[in-house]
Design a protein around this ligand. Structure first.
Ligand SMILES: Cc1ccc(-n2nc(C(C)(C)C)cc2NC(=O)NCCO)cc1
Length: 411
């Protein structure tokens, strides 16, 4: 052994063990190919400040490439809208790696599902008028910070946008994370067969990626942010596309996903996207879609006004259509998006996206070990029956309303 045995024994005796410092038994809130995440509190003896933490046990053992990347990346990054790594624990006996993060009670995937269910049950959930604007502003601030540090996210989607809960001092603050599985491979053309066969959604993938672009770019992240903005407005994935379970494609070209994009956006003309013919899969595109005449009457404006009564002249729509430019060169940078009129006019974006309103969403459920991993959000399944938390919300909200009415009658 390269170190003196006695010295090693001393080090090992002094090393803080994660199980001594934190209580996490039976408090698993997430699991995927990346490992598993627990909601945890520091034990009284630990020197961590009180409050909830997320403890991530990284899959595999020893310093894997992905563990190295995650630690090296996160320890350099510090921004209010990016998840922050608090501590790293190396369990030498089991060669396990544990990462400690601040705990985020909510994420956009669960929040949007909650609103979609509420709409289906025709029950109203009250949210501040600047809710979407506040969330968009903080996502763009976080991505602007990452992009200025030359960090691309590569897998932005609602499940990766966390929001701090009411027990956190940062109530209602957005934290960009990567709970991911696509994080393991940088090349956009990695055959999905190599990635865990969990269903990967293409709904947020920019058209150039679907047409074989070889490198991720900042513009690819901005496209995904446009998709998230539309979903926050309508509570539906803009480019929702049914996909066969455990899609085992090795090609980046996904005809159904492209078809969905064209049926919302229309088909890009030569003027819209000059470099389109230079993309690797342009031949497949022409073979499958010809000149795209069948999409001539479709446009984002038509889709958003018909499906949501949104005006094509509103600042909200204008920013959305800038983010969803088919040609990546025409999409704004994060900074240009932040300077858009949408964020300058009333109501202004708020630091607490809930703006002091009650937070209607339930807490995360604990995952028992028996249930298979169908629960992880990457499968776009619901871990908690959303209507359960909806009922809780209605009951608590109902009581508050009754109390208010009684008080008004009394006064
Ligand atoms: C292998 C690996 C996995 C996740 C990350 N990663 N990257 C980021 C950004 C948002 C800074 C880009 C955040 C993370 N990691 C996490 O968000 N970890 C907490 C839940 O797993 C990096 C590398």
């Amino acid at each position: 052994a390269w170190m003196d045995a006695d010295f090693r024994r001393q080090l090992s005796a002094r090393r803080e063990r994660v199980e001594d410092a934190f209580e996490f038994e039976g408090r698993k809130v997430g699991r995927g190919s990346y490992g598993q995440v627990f909601k945890t509190k520091p034990r009284s003896c630990a020197d961590a400040p009180a409050g909830d933490y997320a403890l991530k046990q990284i899959e595999g053992s020893g310093l894997s490439m992905s563990a190295c990347r995650e630690i090296a990346l996160l320890r350099e990054l510090k921004h209010p809208n990016v998840i922050s790594l608090k501590q790293v624990y190396l369990a030498h006996e089991t060669r396990q790696i544990w990462l400690l993060f601040d705990y985020a009670e909510h994420d956009l995937w669960r929040m949007i599902n909650f609103h979609a269910s509420a709409k289906k049950c025709n029950s109203q959930v009250s949210l501040p008028p600047n809710f979407t604007k506040s969330i968009m502003h903080q996502i763009l601030c976080g991505i602007h910070y990452l992009h200025s540090n030359w960090v691309l996210h590569r897998d932005l989607k609602p499940a990766n946008i966390l929001v701090m809960g009411t027990t956190s001092p940062e109530r209602g603050r957005v934290k960009i994370a990567d709970l991911g599985l696509a994080r393991l491979f940088h090349q956009p053309l990695t055959p999905l067969t190599e990635i865990d066969p969990v269903v990967v959604t293409f709904w947020y993938r920019a058209p150039e990626l679907l047409l074989g672009a070889r490198h991720y770019t900042k513009a690819i992240d901005l496209w995904a942010i446009g998709c998230i903005m539309a979903e926050l407005i309508t509570d539906k994935p803009l480019f929702y596309c049914k996909q066969e379970e455990d899609i085992k494609t090795s090609s980046p070209y996904n005809r159904d996903q492209l078809e969905r994009i064209f049926s919302v956006m229309g088909f890009p003309s030569q003027q819209d996207w000059r470099d389109l013919p230079h993309l690797p899969k342009y031949g497949d595109l022409v073979r499958n879609f010809g000149t795209g005449q069948q999409y001539a009457r479709f446009s984002l404006g038509r889709h958003m006004s018909r499906s949501f009564g949104m005006s094509e002249t509103s600042p909200e729509f204008r920013l959305l259509s800038r983010l969803l430019a088919m040609d990546p060169l025409r999409r704004p940078s994060a900074r240009e998006a932040l300077e858009d009129r949408y964020f300058l006019e009333e109501p202004r974006p708020a630091a607490d996206v809930f703006n002091g309103f009650d937070i209607p969403y339930g807490k995360r459920d604990f995952i028992s070990d028996s249930s298979d991993n169908k629960d992880d959000p990457a499968r776009q399944q619901q871990s908690q029956p959303v209507h359960a938390s909806l009922q809780q919300y209605q009951q608590s909200h109902q009581q508050a309303l009754l109390l208010q009415q009684q008080q008004q009658q009394l006064s």
